[in-house]
Design a protein around this ligand. Structure first.
Ligand SMILES: Cc1cc2nc3c(=O)[nH]c(=O)nc-3n(C[C@H](O)[C@H](O)[C@H](O)COP(=O)(O)OP(=O)(O)OC[C@H]3O[C@@H](n4cnc5c(N)ncnc54)[C@H](O)[C@@H]3O)c2cc1C
Length: 391
């Protein structure tokens, strides 16, 4: 495996713990950008199965309710829709955790795993042979393996070396990200305002009085907002949130994230499997990116366990085809859903507004439909990897 981000660490831990000899290549590159990730129920089950969750849980905030407010000003504006995790028998849809804490906890877990070899050097190149691949290391050494897993992020040098092409696109927006301290408690409710320039989302953080913000706006507006001083930005956030959490104060680093997407033409090539952002990059809406990355890791573990049991070559064509089949559908479906949501907000087109409004209205009022949507959103039943399945 190459790349010691969250997806690579989880993939390496999962296969090593299943008895598959595994090495993880990559220096620990901590990122202290204050980013948080909302991990859905299936991802948390996976982290529990890896014995990593106990170290993450104290800093995690449960997401017990999701609230969607249509703030597009459309003629067909439905009332706010609320979704409660209890309705589908869960304590929480997921947990919001700080990215840096998650990666550090997985790293500690990886260090303590006797069957996992950590190679503290980055990869300098990779070459796929007939029976094995070789990874050249920046410190001059090399590693041979029958299967190489590229978890080396959005720019993935391994993806390029493996000849995998990508589809990349941008949106006319950018996202402002930061952490806010607020006067009123969030009560474990995550709120998403759907505005004409994109979603404005406040996600609860541990302690009750802090939330992380992802505010998608037009590029010009996002640049203007990110140029504001802390007091003015806090005030703008408070206004956009309609004062629902009271007075606000910026309480963490700020980021300005371009809105873009990327999808690899295939998640597998000769003796190569791609996981995480090496295979797909999402704009930061809908909490999809790492949840899908962890599903890649858990699904890869399943096909490797089966190959091991059947005595098959883990980097052979049949095993990689099995991995690619499931992952391709999952990534394409999530990409299409996030894209459709974002584009439907941007378009001031009445039939589209009506369809979106009716969809939300139906979900708010039709219990069975709502429960199906909630379940599929948290953990799609189709093809859920073994370590993500409930009970
Ligand atoms: C503002 C924002 C909010 C988000 N919110 C959510 C959310 O709520 N829920 C969610 O699921 N996702 C969310 N995401 C997405 C999530 O953050 C990413 O999907 C995730 O961090 C990607 O993890 P990764 O391990 O695939 O890639 P990375 O974190 O990029 O890790 C790749 C690793 O590979 C290493 N590497 C690169 N080249 C080499 C090499 N040659 N040799 C060795 N190592 C190498 C890098 O140093 C890095 O450590 C959000 C993203 C943003 C920007």
């Amino acid at each position: 495996m190459v790349g010691a981000g969250a997806a690579g660490l989880a993939a390496a831990l999962a296969s090593a713990r299943a008895g598959i000899p595994t090495a993880l290549v990559g220096r620990h590159a901590p990122v202290a950008d204050g980013r948080t990730v909302a991990l859905l129920d299936g991802s948390v089950r996976f982290l529990k199965a890896l014995d990593a969750w106990d170290a993450i849980a104290p800093g995690a905030s449960p997401l017990c309710e999701l609230q969607i407010v249509d703030d597009t000003g459309s003629l067909f504006r439905p009332p706010p829709a609320r979704f409660r995790a209890g309705e589908i028998g869960l304590d929480a849809f997921g947990w919001n955790v700080e990215s840096a804490n998650l990666v550090a906890a997985l790293r500690r877990r990886a260090r303590a795993e006797p069957s996992l070899t950590l190679v503290e050097s980055d990869a300098a190149g990779a070459e796929a042979g007939i029976n094995a691949s070789r990874i050249d290391l920046q410190d001059g050494g090399s590693v041979e393996a029958r299967l190489v897993v590229g978890a080396d992020g959005a720019r993935s040098p391994l993806r390029t070396a493996g000849g995998v092409t990508v589809k990349e696109w941008t949106y006319p927006q950018a996202a402002i990200t930061t952490i806010l301290a607020h006067e009123r408690p969030h009560n474990d409710v995550s709120t998403e305002f759907h505005t004409r320039s994109g979603p404005f989302t406040l996600v609860p953080m541990a302690g009750g009085y802090r939330s992380s913000l992802v505010w998608v706006a037009s590029r010009i507006e996002a640049e203007r907002l990110s140029g504001l001083d802390e007091a003015a930005l806090a005030e703008a956030v408070e206004r956009q949130a309609r004062g629902m959490l009271g007075g606000m104060r910026i309480d963490g680093p700020r980021g300005l994230v371009p809105m873009r997407g990327l999808l690899a033409s295939t998640p597998a090539a000769r003796r190569l499997a791609l996981v995480g952002e090496a295979a797909h990059v999402f704009p930061p809406i809908g909490a999809q990116g790492l949840n899908l990355g962890l599903r890649d890791a858990a699904a890869l573990r399943d096909v490797l366990v089966k190959a091991n049991r059947d005595g098959r070559d883990p980097g052979g064509r049949g095993v990689l085809d099995a991995y690619a089949r499931g992952r391709r559908i999952d990534a394409a479906a999530r990409t299409a859903a996030v894209d459709a949501l974002n584009r439907s907000l941007l378009t001031a087109f009445l039939p589209l507004d009506l369809a979106r409004g009716l969809g939300l209205l139906a979900m708010a009022h039709l219990g069975p439909l709502r429960r199906v949507v909630m379940r599929e959103g948290v953990l799609p039943r189709f093809g859920a990897p073994e370590l993500m399945r409930a009970g």
